[in-house]
Design a protein around this ligand. Sequence first.
Ligand SMILES: *Cc1c(COP(=O)(O)O)cnc(C)c1O
Length: 427
Amino acid sequence: MSQIINGFTGFNRSVQDDPEVMFSRANEDAEEPREVLPFNEEELEAIGPTDRRWSWLEIDRSAIQHNVQATKRLLKPPTRLMAIVKADAYGHGAVEVAKTATAAGATFLGVATIDEGIELRRAGLTQPILMLSQPPEEAVALLLYYRIMPAIYTHEFAMAYAECADLHGMMAPFHLSINTGMNRIGVRHDEAVSFLRQVSFHRALRLEGCLTHFATADSTETLDWERQMRRFWDCMASIEAAGFDPGIVHCDNSASIYRYPKTHFDMVRLGISLYGYHAAPDTRNYVELKPAMSVHARITNVASVPMSEGVSYGMNYRSPGNVKICTVPLGYCDGLIRLLSGKIDFAYNDRAVHQVGNICMDQCMFEVDMRSHPGRKTPDPRIGDEVLIAGVHPNVDCSVETMAKLACTIEHEVTIGFSHRMARIYK
Ligand SMILES: *Cc1c(COP(=O)(O)O)cnc(C)c1O
């Protein structure tokens, strides 16, 4: 039932729903025909990402480089460093991170999927790439064609991979994935030797390495880690005793690299700490890391909102008066977790400003206190002013670590969450 208020009934103009017509001046003919400027497609393309949208990610290559080098200093040569660049390098951009990390001394790359490996190959990366699990058997040809090694744990997969290699006149190098207690993937530690005996007849298969993954390397409770470590150690000894060369032996993830140097073996797998985050509080004692990612925006709207008026969906926040409400163009679609609505600070003008109201899909708001404080210049927020949404700041706690803590998750999920709608600017 439609209700008519003040006699207003809506416009009744007959509208043409064709954009070509909407944008056309063909019918506004009163004017004389005149010279008009045609669009230049190259110039349109050249409008940069931060001019198209006032929110973006900055990735500091020198931080990645620093984290690789600082970690390498803790390794005894010739222990290798594998840069884990799965999940688009934890949201930082796989190709750029892989290039930076390998230039800084990483010699192996770790991915989670075939397509992640292919992306690196197509970008010209020539280092060994280990996929940290098995893809479906249907995809073995892609592994071989793009020279991506799988971490194998089933007989069927090993055979499919080896047969395909044979067919194409290639070797089928692989790492053996060993389950020492995480119970995710892998051949059980006490069945590794019989697995190798079962598959080793195949002339194409070549064992290049052995790995396991720790479930609790970041925990203050070390008993489970020790059990996994001992099982792995025993497993390696039994593989060697059975006459197999285990190849490159590796088990340490970020937490384990810094906490347990005795398990560096032939290679370590650097994931979250490559990006500058500590996987456990006590690793701060062993290494200094620099976060590589920061999130930036520019103000797109400034409004004086009268006292008690609400802001955003649900109006959970009400203006206390004497504030300006500023809008920035990023929201939960971009990775600003909606659960954090009203809980986080941004850095504006070197001070903390509180995010207020529900975070929307594409935008969110923050509050600027306009009351005068002795000894402090009253702020004057303007459209276009830059705001640090997340990252390292000397006076404001807007770190990725804080976001992760407030969202009851880990830094991995926060950085990966910054979506591909956000431009990534490499510095
Ligand atoms: C993701 C992953 C890593 C890296 O872990 P971080 O804790 O991020 O360092 C290492 N090894 C395997 C098998 C993984 O899946």
